[in-house]
Design a protein around this ligand. Structure first.
Ligand code: IPE
Ligand code: IPE
Ligand code: MG
Length: 248
């Protein structure tokens, strides 16, 4: 077993394909979102035992406000119900829930459900579950830059050297960089998700629509990840070989 097999991981998932899953079945998009919640539940249940320390799920992007009002309202209703129903289970499984993204545009009832769930699960140490709602990575980076500039003052700001580490700390101090990013639904793009945190992330794109994703798919993606060689700009690790040097 090498270090990759032992390291607890930060995995991020772009849960995409709900609408197409529903359309393929002649159902309204809302049915896809409902089925998507069941997939979310399956994955959260499996993740801690699969070696995941931090799981970041993309639930609603800041660009998703462009969708029809009825769909947006339905998604928020589902998220609220999910939080209400799942909090006890998360807490029992020692999962700490945190919602990332903007909070100032969320409906009041959703905000209250988030705060309640975060308080109730605050002691969870088995896994950190981050759900991205009204999330934009560009916005998060801009916000981190603004607070760094405010903290350091104009003199230090004139040098660029401090900015990278400072932003890195603000964005990854708690959860670390992402080791593996999975996107379901067949698209091969990041859609403004964790742009800084994914600088050296391994990417797995799956054709499978999110409502069909289950624990087996998560295990398979992790297995693929464990067979990848991460070099971070370096050269391949020296392979140990008992046959070397060859005896003649
Ligand atoms: C992802 O599925 C869920 C959200 C963005 C809220 P979509 O709703 O984007 O499903 P497709 O991509 O249209 O199939
Ligand atoms: C990304 O999916 C956002 C979530 C899964 C929450 P989208 O469906 O919104 O992304 P695009 O529009 O295909 O890039
Ligand atoms: Mg989509």
């Amino acid at each position: 077993m090498n270090d990759l097999n032992l390291k607890r991981l930060h995995v991020a998932i772009i849960m995409d394909g709900n609408g197409r899953w529903a359309a393929q079945r002649g159902l309204p998009r809302t049915a896809g979102h409902r089925a998507g919640i069941a997939a979310l539940r399956r994955v959260v249940e499996r993740a801690p035992d699969a070696g995941i320390d931090c799981l970041t799920l993309y639930a609603f992007s800041s660009d998703n406000w462009k969708r029809p009002r009825a769909e947006v309202e339905f998604i928020f209703r589902l998220l609220r119900i999910f939080l209400r129903i799942e909090t006890a289970q998360l807490s029992a499984n020692e999962v700490r829930l945190e919602v990332i993204g903007r909070r100032d545009r969320l409906p009041q009832a959703v905000l209250e459900a988030i705060e309640k769930a975060e308080r109730a699960t605050a002691g969870g140490e088995r896994m950190h579950l981050r759900v991205a709602i009204d999330y934009s990575s560009r916005e998060a980076i801009a916000r981190a830059a603004a607070s760094a500039i405010e903290m350091l003052g104009p003199n230090e700001v004139s040098s660029i050297d401090w900015l990278g580490p400072c932003l890195g700390r603000a964005l990854t101090a708690e959860s670390g960089e992402v080791d593996l990013l999975i996107r379901t639904g067949g698209e091969k793009r990041l859609s403004d998700f964790l742009l800084w945190e994914c600088a050296y992330t391994e990417l797995v794109f799956l054709e499978r629509m999110w409502p069909e994703f289950d624990a087996t798919d998560l295990d398979a993606a992790l297995d693929e990840f464990r067979h990848r060689e991460r070099r971070f700009g370096g050269v391949p690790a020296v392979q140990e070989c008992s046959q070397w040097p060859a005896t003649v």
